[in-house]
Design a protein. Structure first.
Length: 213
């Protein structure tokens, strides 16, 4: 019997209201990288999502130094503007809030996010996350990034549930779904762009989650 549902945050429940590509992709391309490169993604996450820097330029400079990219104030400011544009365009997907409010009536809700401080703080203020979720785990506070199993261990302990009583819903096969399954949870892929039609435990809208409950 399912008692709790854990959600990923970005591109699962919330996103960016921009017509152009994902801001992190634009950021990566500006320095000659590709966000689809998992190695680069993990370096990016390490510098932006494991520390609570009050200034974006600190994380940007550290990232450029690790990648051995010559940094100028002009480049740092350009990269900062890309990220700040994203901060001003946060949105929920159309069904997100209604689905969460309905689920909250019968299930405990958890949120695990690989996220950076400035972005999530603004999201919390805009959508009052503390009123929706029973437990929220943010990477810059836990110092843990998905897919590390420790984050799931902390979550189920705080939710006070067993592994077989939990669903994990996310948009990343590796970081969310497979990571949860490797830990012993049931993983559900939210595949809004239908990139993985072959995956069995798959939904294209949060409204479809009811078939797994």
């Amino acid at each position: 019997m399912i008692k709790a549902i854990i959600f990923d945050c970005w591109d699962t429940l919330f996103g960016y209201q921009l017509e152009k590509p994902h801001p992190f992709s634009i950021f990566a391309e500006r320095i000659g990288e590709n966000l689809k490169d998992y190695k680069f993604l993990k370096i990016f996450e390490k510098h932006f999502m494991l520390e609570k820097h009050s200034k974006l330029e600190v994380s940007i400079k550290e990232l450029l130094e690790e990648l051995d990219i010559k940094h100028t104030n002009k480049l740092i400011n350009e990269l900062k503007e890309i990220l700040e544009e994203a901060l001003c365009s946060q949105k929920s997907f159309p069904e997100t809030l209604n689905v969460l409010n309905e689920l909250k009536k019968n299930y405990k809700l958890g949120l695990i996010s690989n996220t950076f401080y400035q972005s999530f703080e603004r999201l919390e203020q805009k959508f009052k996350m503390q009123d929706i979720f029973d437990v929220v785990l943010k990477s810059y506070e836990t110092k843990i990034l998905k897919p590390h199993p420790k984050i799931f261990e902390i979550m189920i302990k705080e939710l006070k549930v067993n592994k077989n009583e939990v669903l994990m819903v996310g948009d990343s096969l590796k970081n969310d779904v497979q990571a949860a399954e490797n830990f012993g949870l049931k993983g559900i892929l939210i595949d809004r762009k239908e990139k993985h039609p072959e995956y069995p435990n798959r939904i294209t809208s949060l409204e479809q989650i009811s078939k797994f409950l």
